[in-house]
Design a protein around this ligand. Structure first.
Ligand SMILES: *[C@@H]1O[C@H](CO)[C@@H](O)[C@H](O)[C@H]1NC(C)=O
Ligand SMILES: *[C@@H]1O[C@H](CO)[C@@H](O)[C@H](O)[C@H]1NC(C)=O
Ligand SMILES: *[C@@H]1O[C@H](CO)[C@@H](O)[C@H](O)[C@H]1NC(C)=O
Ligand SMILES: *[C@@H]1O[C@H](CO)[C@@H](O)[C@H](O)[C@H]1NC(C)=O
Length: 386
């Protein structure tokens, strides 16, 4: 029962629940997705590292290491089946957008270091062969400390942008984790302080300056939990300014410490809130740009990227007859039921996940994330601006 209710609430950044929440009219994008056409290879940017904040869209292994982690569906088969044949903590069958983004940005990863690392399960063979320069999860255990030479991933599946105490004041329970955005910022501050003490390099060489900061996607769960717990659209909408202000404050804090390249993603097309959230966020980012003219603050349009994948599904090789069907799930019109979700006993994945956009009713397949990452990369979100 405990497991079922946890699973029930384990909605990380739902692609699907949304369909139940809100009619299509309200969550259409105003701008059409870009057509599928070849574009020149973007100029590759060499970052010194990636610092990632967010939720299950970007978590590569933090939440499953938290006390509640073993109960997470993402800690069970068939999650990660395409990577190493066992779960890595990624809520997908394979890699996430951040894995593809990391590969793009050409970070120098010391593969040897990883080979020597005792917690090899997270980086076992096929993975290493890909040479993925994804930043390591912050909660990754290891002595000596796990390598954070190429940044750190602070994202936690199920986390919210607002402090869980603030959500609770609004009558919303955050059931999966307390590691919300500001907690992740605290982790970053501790990490940074540690880095400065041990390396004594914070004055001569500031790693923050050459790094990419991914502030999100975050906030989707704040609205998901509100809806799942019976709040109205008005209630969820009232959270938007609070959520966006939190994201803005984190961005500001990072900039004040020395960050110069920030990418702040918007929300997926889920429910009614993302359009308002995304507009509010873009306005806040515009204000920040005026305040910090020498800092690159880029909005990553996950909404349009996801819509582009849906619109171009046939060309991208997805099965179009069952475009909204869930690969790993069972029941209902969409192969999805809250009572028997992916990761639970007796629930199996389809044999051809690459033909599906939707992995588990909540998260996308590796192939869909890769397509989204492609779109973002081609939209020049990660180009060197400064
Ligand atoms: C990568 O980093 C290692 C360790 O810091 C260094 O020895 C090596 O020369 C670097 N490789 C490249 C291609 O920059
Ligand atoms: C979050 O914190 C509250 C208060 O300390 C605690 O009761 C709750 O169990 C925590 N939730 C999780 C998922 O760890
Ligand atoms: C939110 O959490 C952060 C990190 O734990 C804490 O520093 C801050 O005071 C909290 N803010 C509120 C409004 O609860
Ligand atoms: C749907 O659910 C069944 C039973 O769990 C599974 O075998 C099948 O592959 C699933 N996927 C699709 C896309 O139908």
């Amino acid at each position: 029962m405990a497991k079922t209710s946890l699973v029930l609430f384990l909605v990380l950044s739902s692609f699907f629940i949304a369909l139940l929440q809100c009619d299509a009219r309200t969550h259409r994008s105003r701008t059409q997705p870009r057509p599928l056409r070849p574009q020149p290879e973007p100029q590759r940017c060499k970052y010194d590292g990636i610092f990632q904040f967010g939720d299950s869209i970007s978590d590569t292994g933090n939440q499953i290491l938290e006390p509640a982690g073993p109960r997470s569906p993402c800690a069970h088969n068939p999650y990660g089946q395409k990577l190493i044949g066992e779960p890595t903590g990624r809520c997908s069958n394979g890699r996430l957008m951040i894995d593809f983004i990391g590969a793009l940005t050409n970070i120098n990863v010391s593969i040897l270091w990883r080979l020597l690392h005792k917690h090899l399960v997270y980086y076992s063979k096929p993975y290493l062969e890909l040479g993925l320069p994804t930043p390591n999860p912050y909660l990754e255990p290891g002595e000596p400390a796990v390598s954070f030479n190429h940044g750190v991933n602070f994202a936690v599946a199920g986390s919210t942008a607002l402090n869980t105490s603030v959500l609770l004041q609004n009558g919303i329970l955050s059931p999966v984790t307390n590691s919300s955005l500001l907690v992740q910022l605290d982790w970053f501050l501790a990490h940074y302080q540690n880095l400065c003490e041990t390396a004594k390099n914070c004055e001569t060489y500031n790693i923050l300056k050459g790094s990419l900061f991914m502030v999100g996607e975050t906030g989707g769960n704040d609205y998901n939990y509100a809806f799942l717990q019976g709040k109205s659209i008005e209630d969820a909408t009232a959270l938007v300014p609070l959520v966006v202000n939190n994201i803005r404050d984190v961005a500001k804090k990072l900039i004040d410490l020395g960050a110069t390249r920030l990418v702040v993603p918007g929300n997926f097309p889920i429910g009614c809130s993302p359009m308002y959230h995304n507009q509010y966020l873009q306005d806040a980012l515009q204000q920040l740009r005026l305040e910090y003219p020498n800092v690159a603050i880029v909005y990553a349009d996950y909404y349009q990227a996801a819509e582009w994948v849906l619109t171009n599904a046939p060309q991208l090789g997805f099965e179009t007859k069952s475009i909204l069907k869930v690969c790993c799930g069972t029941g209902g019109d969409y192969n999805f039921s809250l009572m028997s979700m992916c990761g639970m006993e007796g629930v199996f994945a389809c044999s051809d996940p690459d033909q599906y956009i939707n992995w588990d009713g909540v998260h996308l397949t590796e192939k869909a994330y890769q397509s989204m990452a492609d779109w973002l990369i081609k939209s020049q979100v990660f180009e060197c601006i400064v």
